[in-house]
Design a protein around this ligand. Structure first.
Ligand SMILES: *Cc1c(COP(=O)(O)O)cnc(C)c1O
Length: 410
């Protein structure tokens, strides 16, 4: 496999033109779109317009005139189209962590007599922490039942209120079988909550088809909504009016501007809102979602699988005996849009790569993570990234002392 061949792949790539829709600094190879998606070009003029015209000139009138107040529902409906849900089943609000709290609390209230949130030890930390915080708050017999991935089926029983899983593992990229696990949980009467943070924008999803009850997901990773972009909540239509949010804020009231004394939850998804939506972030997210709606997701999936396969192949061919071990499923169909490797000096290697203009990231304890966001990553980027990786490992460039100090964000 040589560089010319990779350039030829890029020429034949049906998504090649989509890269032009993004701001990618010259000379940078960005393999961290799974952590913070790149900036869509159109976000820049759109945010300028929102700030100068809608905020600057329109001021408070823009809640009505520029339809700010409808943004959570409107963008939610657009996201529904990306994840196999119906309009009216998704709303944009808060962060993924806060949404996990809201849905878990609502789900536990629907399941009296069941005390467990079942999840796996390898779940993303915030998912575990939020579940722990909620069961502590509720007290009584409520607890998190934490098991290894392979023990999930055996841990399902009639005491499980909710099975909460992250669909694509953040560290390894391994995909759970959403359809099978959802059905397995339903056989025991448990509700199922999927965290789609590493899935939406990486893999086509079919939430309705898989009969998923609840889901949350992140706006700033593969969806490219911007740093700290608002997250989204999915609730299957049949459950929406039964599920109450514990954060009963005014934006989730049936009549927010009636200023009533008592809380009355809005119908449908609107009750999942708590406070005023962050308009600037919402509008940035909307630009990014509109871009996604113009892309064939199956094509994007095909491309990210091919990029990941190419990365693994090049590492196999050129980085043998350099201390790397694949941490992701080798079969592309079993992993999301990322490939991870273990290395004893993973953190330092990532730092040395970043200094060479190749951006991946590090996850505890020894994982180097490389994301292959299909909309803007090229085959030649994969080739050049592996060449830099080989160079860092063979020259031991990672030994520089400054790479030993951990930065606040890895
Ligand atoms: C990125 C990510 C989150 C992020 O949660 P925030 O509240 O946005 O910080 C949550 N869960 C998973 C699985 C993630 O990958």
């Amino acid at each position: 496999m040589d560089r010319e061949t990779c350039l030829a792949f890029d020429q034949q790539d049906p998504l090649a033109a989509v890269r032009e829709e993004f701001v990618i600094p010259d000379g940078l190879i960005y393999l961290d779109g799974n952590s913070l998606g790149a900036l869509p070009r159109r976000t820049v003029p759109r945010l300028h317009q929102v700030i100068a015209e809608e905020w600057g000139d329109g001021l408070i009138r823009s809640w009505n005139d520029a339809h700010w107040i409808e943004a959570p529902v409107r963008i939610g409906d657009k996201i529904a189209g990306l994840i196999g849900a119906k309009p009216g089943e998704v709303i944009v609000a808060d962060s993924t962590s806060v949404n996990l709290f809201k849905l878990l609390a609502g789900a536990l209230r629907l399941q009296p007599g069941r005390h467990f949130i079942l999840t796996e030890t390898a779940n993303f930390p915030t998912d575990l922490y939020v579940a722990q915080g909620l069961t502590d708050l509720l007290g009584g017999n409520h607890a998190v039942r934490l098991v290894e991935r392979g023990q999930l089926d055996a841990a399902l029983d009639g005491s499980v209120a909710v099975l909460m899983l992250t669909h694509v593992d953040y560290a390894t990229g391994a995909i759970h079988d959403m359809r099978r696990l959802t059905a397995a949980a339903h056989r025991y009467g448990a509700l199922v909550l999927w965290d789609l943070s590493h899935s939406a924008g990486a893999i086509p999803l079919e939430l309705n088809d898989c009969e998923v009850d609840l889901a949350v997901g992140c706006g700033y990773k593969y969806l490219n909504g911007g740093p700290g972009a608002p997250a989204y909540v999915f609730i299957a239509s049949g459950l929406q009016d039964a599920l109450r949010s514990p954060l009963s804020g005014w934006m989730g009231h049936a009549a927010p501007f009636a200023f009533e004394r008592e809380y009355r939850p809005a119908a449908g998804m609107a009750r999942q809102l708590a406070g005023t939506p962050p308009v600037l972030s919402m509008m940035a997210l909307e630009v990014a979602i509109d871009l996604w709606l113009g892309v064939d997701q199956r094509e994007a999936r095909r491309k990210s699988m091919a990029l990941g396969d190419l990365f693994i192949r090049l590492v196999d061919e050129t980085c043998r005996d350099l201390g790397l071990e694949v941490a992701s499923p080798r079969n592309a169909g079993d992993r999301g849009a990322q490939v991870s490797f273990r290395h004893r000096q993973a953190y330092r290697v990532i730092r040395a790569l970043i200094d060479r203009g190749v951006i991946g990231d590090f996850r505890m304890p020894d994982i180097m993570r490389f994301g292959f966001a299909a909309l803007y990553t090229r085959y030649v980027d994969v080739f050049d990234a592996v060449r830099s990786l080989r160079e860092v490992l063979t020259t031991r460039a990672w030994e520089r002392p400054e790479y030993a100090t951990r930065m606040p964000v890895t």
